[in-house]
Design a protein around this ligand. Structure first.
Ligand code: 5GP
Length: 191
């Protein structure tokens, strides 16, 4: 997606040789015009699918998922919670995720009420690195026995293993920008 790649080239900052910081438009300050273009692009790519729910993970995925849902007939957005809380129903699907950016494991949970075997789910997230967040969400959809129509990623770091891990699950993957390498301040895309 050309507009997204322009934003990444112009405002992305590289940390080390594997972290891309895009706080000015995606992960901290959010560019809603760009989010709308992202949502429309996901809709174009999954136009044939009868999506009934968008599933994402707390926190960065939520904004993108909400704007995207507007182009899918306002289907509900469910986000997996990272923090256990007393007001979260004990009837939950749960999975363990290893965080690439925090270098630690955490649990994600979704209340059983919000995913059913009748659902056709589109999983959305901001980044795909080693795929652990998406694999955790896929694990939850398996527990809920719902159909996953695909995974939509805003920025895929193609030099990490996430793409293969997701495709090994026989799930369709659509990434709007695929980063081939991060070297110094130079960001190179796959295509
Ligand atoms: P994975 O689970 O695929 O290894 O990592 C994906 C998650 O880690 C994303 O949800 C995202 O929040 C975070 N993440 C991974 N790599 C990056 C990165 O380069 N930049 C930012 N901002 N977040 C990242």
């Amino acid at each position: 997606m050309k507009l997204l790649k322009e934003h990444i080239r112009h405002s992305g900052r590289v940390i080390g040789n594997d972290i891309l910081k895009v706080d000015s438009f995606l992960n901290h300050q959010m560019d809603i015009g760009l989010f709308q273009e992202i949502g429309q692009e996901f809709k174009r790519r999954f136009a044939e699918n009868k999506i009934t729910k968008i599933l994402t993970i707390e926190a960065s995925g939520i904004g993108i998922a909400c704007i995207t849902a507007q182009y899918f007939d306002n289907v509900p957005v469910v986000f997996a919670k990272k923090f256990s809380a007393r007001n979260l129903n004990s009837e939950v699907y749960e999975s363990q995720v290893f965080s690439f950016t925090k270098d630690a494991h955490y649990s994600i949970r979704v209340d059983k009420k919000y995913l059913t075997p009748n659902d056709h789910v589109l999983i959305i997230d901001d980044f795909l690195a080693n795929g652990n967040a998406v694999l955790g969400l896929l694990d939850i959809t398996k527990q809920a026995k719902c159909e996953v129509d695909g995974v939509g990623i805003v920025i895929e770091k193609s030099f990490q293993s996430g793409r293969n891990s997701v495709l090994e699950q026989n799930v369709r993957l659509e990434s709007l920008a695929r980063v081939k390498s991060l070297v110094g301040e130079t960001i190179t895309f796959v295509d």
